[in-house]
Design a binder for this molecule. Sequence first.
Ligand code: ADP
Length: 543
Amino acid sequence: MQTMQDFPLRVSQIIDHAALYHPERKIISRTVEGPITETTWKHIHKQAKKLSQALISLDVKKGDTIGVMAWNTARHMEVWFGIPGSGAINHTLNPRLFAEQLIYIINHAEDKILMVDLDLVPVIEKIIDSCPKIQTVIILTDRKNIPETSLKNTLCYEDLLREQSGDFEWVSGDEREPCGICYTSGTTGNPKGVTYTHRSNVLHALTVTNPDMLNLSSNDRVMPVVPLFHANGWSVGYSAPLSGSSLVLPGREMTPEALYEMLEKGVTITLAVPTVWLLLLNYLDSNNLELSTLKRVVIGGSACPRAVIEKFQNKYGVQVLHAWGMTEMSPLGTICSFKPEVMSLPSSERVDIQETTGHSPFSVQLQITDDDGKVLAWDGKASGKLWARGAAVVNNYHKEDKLAVDKDGWFDTGDVATIDKNGYMRITDRSKDVIKSGGEWISSIELENAAIAHDKVAEAAALGVAHPKWDERPVIVVVSKEGSKPDPKDIIKKISERVAKWQVPDDVIFMDNIPHTATGKISKMELRNILKDLGYHHPDIKK
Ligand code: ADP
């Protein structure tokens, strides 16, 4: 049949578009070396081509995986397109993970090369001996700033690129080929890899730039505070160049002072987890500062407190876009913008709606079901398991034969929600057993296994409890072995040997027994209710 052209949806087309139609748009970054620098989409495009060329000269083949551990900078954007442009897969690495987890995911993804910011070289030095597949480590800096290192096969990024002409055609292929992989903390001990395709990333970026979603245009200057290594960088690495937006990249400096300095470089829209905004709002308040260009702030990853919504909107005139998503959904699933039905409400009722996480872009389908799998009504009251389906939703986790979806293609999000008649979704609970603190996952099972390793602990249950700054912090409920009285400090010490410092529980609560479900698993829901009845709250919360 005579039809339209078959234009493969490859992410390389996105950077081609930015370089062609928005060549001089500014990309402002706080470099890891220190100074704030400026570049353009045109330059990033050229550098990305050089990187693709360099990777091929290093024997990178289509489908190879390259680990990247880097902050949000212009160089990271070059890498973001240089890797898929060479046909390889960009594997984002979170430097905050515990060494054992990093080793697991680097080996599981079979990373062949690592690309690392200069300040993160020590993180790699500690794990490299356990990652036998890594052939080369490229340090993301110039010759002058290359750090001393015990790593053996290292290359200097800027030297490597200088050797290339940049005269290079992107590696072509089917739009369904993989282009990125991001691991998410599993509910069991091991993280799970979500592999994005060129197609899923392009479609996701196209749908989330819509006016009812991020509403990005070439008049915007976007600052992703959320790291590119978190959940596909909330798509900004694709949606900003696709829209021809300018970027401000905050690098590794995450203090409110440093973020404020970057926000004042003409940023119109910014994205991060609630903890970041709580700290920034406090800083603005105590220093009597204004936000002179910011129009919209995207807040997601955890529930956004009402006070944050009101403060941004009423005091600073910045619209809050509460968002929900998951690594498995590329990641944006819903954004709370105002449909006409909401626009016509009085302002306090609009804030009620903003406490929901909003509605979905094209291609994201949601449903809620009860425990028997019966589909529930969208009445804003019925609460049930939340399922998702769509063009940028996971089908299988990396190297897992078992599908991550049911027979009808629905993916169980592990969240519990209501949906109202206008499609606004509200997260009411979580069925997956994980803790999320300051936007980072903590595995309950890992904390429990570490606690049980203490010889006086019979059983342990880790829980997230509400915290004013971090949204949730872990605490651990412990049943002692008969006749023994473990010292809580010893239990904490034992756990500290097994997990990263920020993952260590803030409190140990002793109980005579822990409630179980019919199948013998610890019932976190019941345990949460018991703690509530006891009036338990995090030690940082003053009564
Ligand atoms: P991200 O980095 O985008 O948060 P993750 O895959 O790490 O992605 O986490 C996804 C999970 O985070 C969701 O399944 C949900 O439990 C939680 N989450 C994300 N956004 C929100 C939100 N706005 N409100 C409540 N929980 C949220």
